[in-house]
Design a protein around this ligand. Structure first.
Ligand code: BDP
Length: 685
């Protein structure tokens, strides 16, 4: 099966004199280190150069620098680089980092790509390749890059039957028919894509670990898994697995999974030992415990810290880690109860455990307190657990954001989340400084992204959804990067640098989340989706069910009072935010209905009533989809025809479904309130 290589689909670098300009440096690739990681990186480079510049550089294994030009790959500590890289520069390159340095002297013409370890070299090479493709001037190639976060992990929700929970891009590339696939070519290409955006870990199975997947940690599957790990390893990526907390019962035949039980502890130690005998650099476990029908320590009256630490002790000797999810709430709520509030659950469950987790446990926290809605406030757990390792969980797969039928670029939302100042340690306590570990000085910190890929020919169903995967990696590497720059780079590397193409696609990406929010559930309302599959509008789909996601609309008002006078959710934030969120006039408007119960005739900042804002927003959202379509249609002939048509089809579907959203939601409000749309567009025959 043919599939695209997304942003790694190389084409010759034409235009101007750029190729001539760098030509002198491309005669050979000089490899100063002899190991498979450097060799692999050199081969990546060679392959790229042969397409970009149509040259066939020689690959030279050298223990001394006897040639006078070329691209040099080596470790910063390599003796041969001593004269070229200063001590200060050398020190600045971290464990996974790299330096690129151009030496342009009379006789010597080198581009040096050097890393501290085997891990950094592939990042350096992919960086150099994209710089060439972006036609970056020689002088501007000089750089030192280090990832700001230590954990940059993709979570696959892949099941062993090949299906993907919340997957919208085909079947799993890892599993089929209850087995591990042996299609290493696809996995290899996937590893290349991930390494090129700086990812260093993959969890390949669903967090809901059922049936056969429970047995993945046993020899029955470990051999096949070790093959996958081998492919990933070459690209600096570690393999992780999701586990079922009750495995000692299912697999081990014990009558308990109590984390304080000696036989349970021993069972996990033995199991971990076996795993490492197959996969010496195994990353560790991802655990969804006591959540949505998954077993966990609560079953035995133990805490999440008891559970996580028990696994951490088993993994510790091998430098493995436990990633414990904070997505814990009561999914069997009584919908008539107006006092319980699902938004409070993660904090309530975990805040009391701050300082109780072992060093190699990391808490993985969804960006908001509910569940990946189009807009939520930042989870109050960020900033509340100073003595706990924390990771940000983003959902790259578009479960609630249009399921890769709708264009909904998530970079703009993620960036807002990361730039949120929690004030937990005073001004400047940004979320990005918590998840990069720097604010609280944590060794383990980082990002987890729920994968949006499958075995479809473009990996992500919607071709433009590739931008979400790209952006996740880039932000995880450096959360300070400007989102426009990240999106622009993706656009150029994927579609070329024609000005119109870049301008239009960039506009589409940067405005698409706003459009989606406008025609679905603005003002922090969320939900209103069809239960189960979560696609399409259903204003009361979750209103009278157990999941705890209510808006409580009646004929007068809508929204949940989560202020300190209401459910008390705002009390989980720092004083400053608590006061802002508590005040209906200060609360950021895009979150108004998340925090407040608001009458329909409430006047918003622009003078409109709440209800009129609702109506208008839905019409504006659909109009924005028209603009998305226009921008795309202007590119006909400038984009590969197959891709053009594929995206065009999806945009047309998006339009149709956006109209459905608009009309269902608006009609719902009209019927509920009886307040007509000032512009007479909303009808109720
Ligand atoms: C929800 C999904 C569900 C996941 C769950 C999770 O609907 O499929 O299992 O999150 O994150 O958004 O565990």
């Amino acid at each position: 099966q043919n599939y695209t290589m997304c942003w790694l689909s190389y084409k010759p670098v034409i235009k101007e004199d750029y190729p001539q300009y760098v030509e002198e440096f491309l005669g050979q690739i000089i490899l100063l280190e002899k190991n498979i990681y450097f060799e692999n990186a050199a081969n990546e480079l060679k392959k790229a150069l042969s397409i970009l510049f149509e040259t066939e550089p020689k690959l030279i294994n050298a223990s001394s620098l006897y040639v006078e030009s070329g691209i040099i790959l080596g470790k910063v500590t390599n003796e041969n680089l001593r004269g070229f890289i200063t001590d200060v520069e050398k020190e600045a390159v971290g464990e996974e980092g790299f330096i690129i340095k151009v030496i342009d002297e009379n006789k010597k013409k080198y581009i040096i790509v050097a890393s501290r370890s085997e891990k950094g070299i592939i990042y350096g090479i992919f960086h150099l390749i994209s710089q060439f493709r972006l036609k970056v001037k020689l002088k501007e190639l000089n750089c030192i890059e280090n990832p700001k976060t230590s954990l940059r992990i993709i979570n696959h929700w892949d099941n062993m039957d090949g299906s993907i929970e919340r997957g919208y891009a085909g079947k799993s590339i890892f599993f089929a028919n209850g087995r591990i696939k042996r299609n290493y070519k696809r996995i290899w290409d996937y590893a290349r894509l991930l390494a090129s955006i700086g990812i260093n870990g993959v969890v390949i199975n669903n967090v809901n670990v059922r049936d056969k997947a429970i047995w993945l940690i046993t020899p029955k599957y470990l051999n096949d898994l070790s093959k996958i790990a081998e492919v990933f390893r070459l690209y600096g990526i570690k393999l992780y697995l999701s586990i079922n907390f009750a495995s000692p019962i299912y697999i081990g035949g014990l009558d308990t999974a109590d984390p304080l039980d000696k036989s349970v502890q021993k069972w996990w130690k033995d199991t971990v030992k076996t795993i490492y005998s197959y996969i010496p650099d195994f990353g560790g476990f991802l655990v969804k415990a006591d959540s949505e029908f998954n077993p966990g320590p609560y079953v035995y009256g133990r805490t999440h810290a008891d559970g996580a630490n028990m696994l951490a002790e088993a993994l510790g000797p091998y430098k493995g880690i436990v990633i414990w999810r904070a997505f814990v709430y009561n999914c069997l709520q009584d919908w008539r109860d107006t006092k319980t509030d699902r938004a409070k659950a993660a904090y309530d469950n975990f805040k009391p455990l701050d300082g109780k987790f072992s060093e190699n446990v990391i808490l993985q926290i969804k960006y908001g307190p509910m569940d990946f809605q189009v807009r939520e406030p930042v989870s109050p757990l960020f900033g509340a657990m100073e003595k706990t390792n924390q990771m940000m969980e983003f959902q790259i797969t578009q479960e609630y954001t249009g399921q890769q039928i709708h264009l909904c670029y998530l970079g703009t939302l993620w960036k807002e989340i990361l730039e949120f100042d929690t004030y937990c340690k005073g001004k400047g306590s940004y979320v990005k400084r918590i998840v990069d570990g720097s604010l609280f000085g944590r060794k383990y910190a980082g990002f987890a992204g729920v994968s949006n890929i499958g075995d479809s020919i473009n990996w992500t169903g919607h071709d433009l959804a590739q931008a979400n995967l790209w952006t996740f990696g880039k932000l995880a590497w450096d959360p300070d990067k400007k989102i426009e720059d990240i999106a622009r780079e993706w656009t150029i590397l994927t579609f070329g640098d024609d000005k119109k193409v870049v301008d239009n696609i960039l506009w589409m990406l940067l405005n698409s989340h706003t459009a989606y929010e406008k025609y679905t559930t603005p003002l922090g309302l969320g939900w209103m989706v069809n239960p189960g599959h979560h696609y399409g509008p259903n204003p009361e789909g979750y209103e009278y069910s157990k999941w705890g996601t209510y808006h409580r609309a009646d004929t007068k008002a809508i929204g949940v009072d989560r202020t300190s006078r209401g459910t008390g959710y705002t009390l989980q934030y720092s004083k400053m935010w608590q006061e802002i969120f508590d005040d209906i006039n200060k609360c950021p408007e895009e979150l108004l209905l998340f925090f407040h119960r608001v009458p329909y005739d409430f006047k918003l900042k622009n003078g409109k009533t709440l209800i009129q804002f609702m109506y208008d927003s839905h019409f504006e959202g659909v109009e924005m989809v028209d603009e998305l379509i226009e921008k795309w249609e202007e590119l006909r002939g400038k984009i590969d025809e197959e891709i053009f048509n594929r995206v065009h089809e999806r945009l047309k579907m998006q339009k149709e479904h956006a109209i459905e959203w608009r009309d269902v939601i608006n009609t719902y409000f009209y019927r509920k309130t009886g307040i007509p749309d000032e512009k007479g567009r909303v009808i109720y025959p």
